[in-house]
Design a protein around this ligand. Structure first.
Ligand code: ADP
Length: 354
């Protein structure tokens, strides 16, 4: 709960009935009370973390318009507003707001709920389940055929060995797929900005490179990161590392042996660009939008060979958007690809001095 400092003429938040404030704090959604001039005199913590209020001002022109209607008509209004999750990218909070006039001193109460988010999660889950069942059928079908083959070849140790090895790789594929499905659904269901940690950009790059080191060595690919960065972003550390890991792992998997993958950063206008460049097979322009879709692969046979699940970039896209950022791609076939994870930088000194 936040009670705002006020000027002499502003209504005194402490004069608001204690019971009203307690009730608002107990509600599931967030709430805000505004004095004339749209001066906030009370708000729950989510109001600022959702980006509805910044520096004591309401950020949404749609919400301000709804409040004006309430002030004019003295009747409650319900509406939907979209609030960007960050300065870049398309991620947004889709919120339902209920605006009510309070009898006391021209005050207006705004109640905010994220029902649209719940609906969206429900729709995504429904489509996802349909795709998953299709994807799971392939390794499960293979395992069932291979186990029959093992039984049929029980007197031929060489064949048994061959089929058992393939069973092992199908079982690994199934395990990876299930793990990626869990990762994606966790990312989709979470809000990393609600309980955000400060994550050092250099730390997360080094951690992701470490995780890909064995894959890189196996293909004699050098992954370089030759900078030091003091930039910090806000969010979920594990999700951010996972997103970078997926981009670096793809750069390795879709490149010929003995090539280089480089990671670098640039910082401009409060946004850090983490750039991963490879000298790999590249992606045709017509496919560049589609590769972020769940289970989309340009070449399913190659993706299968590398153990790809088709979910890696979809996870990256969701992590970026949930952190108020975005992911961009430049690629030329047979030359290489550059993926860029762009995230808003957190500046503690700026926040504290405000
Ligand atoms: P996968 O698990 O198949 O790698 P992703 O979602 O990570 O799935 O990527 C989707 C597809 O995008 C891949 O199957 C591949 O065709 C293409 N792709 C991703 N990264 C690269 C890259 N660095 N170079 C070339 N193609 C890539």
């Amino acid at each position: 709960m936040k009670l705002f400092r006020r000027d002499v003429n502003e209504p005194n938040p402490r004069a608001l009935p204690e019971m009203l404030l307690e009730t608002l704090n107990l509600l599931d959604g967030d709430s805000l009370i505004l004095a004339p001039g749209e001066i906030p005199i009370f708000s729950t913590p989510g109001i600022e973390s959702l980006g509805i209020l910044k520096d004591g001002r309401i950020q949404s022109s749609e919400l301000l318009a709804t409040i004006r209607v309430v002030r004019r008509t003295h009747s409650q209004q319900v509406g939907r507003i979209d609030i960007p999750r960050g300065p870049i990218g398309e991620g947004k909070h889709e919120l339902t707001v209920k605006v009510l006039p309070l009898t006391k001193g021209d005050l207006v109460l705004v109640l905010v709920s994220d029902e649209s988010e719940a609906q969206r999660v429900h729709d995504i889950r429904r489509d996802f389940v349909a795709n998953i069942s299709h994807e799971l059928k392939t390794p499960i079908g293979a395992l069932s055929l291979l186990s029959e083959a093992v039984l049929g070849a029980k007197d031929d140790p060489e064949s048994v060995k061959k089929f058992a090895t393939r069973m092992q790789s199908e079982a690994k594929r199934l395990t990876d797929l299930v793990q990626e499905i869990i990762n994606l659904s966790r990312v989709q269901d979470s809000d990393p900005l609600q309980l955000a940690q400060e994550v050092g950009v250099e730390y997360m790059i080094r951690e992701a490179i470490d995780q890909c080191q064995i894959a890189a060595e196996n293909r004699n690919i050098t992954v370089t990161y030759a900078e030091s960065s003091s930039a910090v972003v806000l969010g979920d550390r594990d999700q951010l590392i996972m997103a970078l890991h997926n981009l670096i792992e793809n750069a390795i998997n879709y490149s010929p042996e003995n090539t280089k993958v480089s990671v670098s950063t640039t910082k401009e206008n409060g946004v850090i660009d983490i750039v991963i460049t490879d000298q790999g097979i590249g992606i045709n322009e017509s496919e560049q939008d589609r590769i972020f879709e769940r289970f989309y692969r340009v070449d399913p046979a190659r993706s299968r060979q590398t153990g790809g699940t088709g979910l890696g970039l979809s996870i990256v896209k969701h992590v970026a958007s949930k952190h108020g950022g975005e992911v961009k791609i430049w690629s030329v076939e047979n030359v290489g690809s550059t993926f860029s994870l762009r995230l808003p930088v957190y500046s503690p000194t700026l926040e504290r001095s405000e």
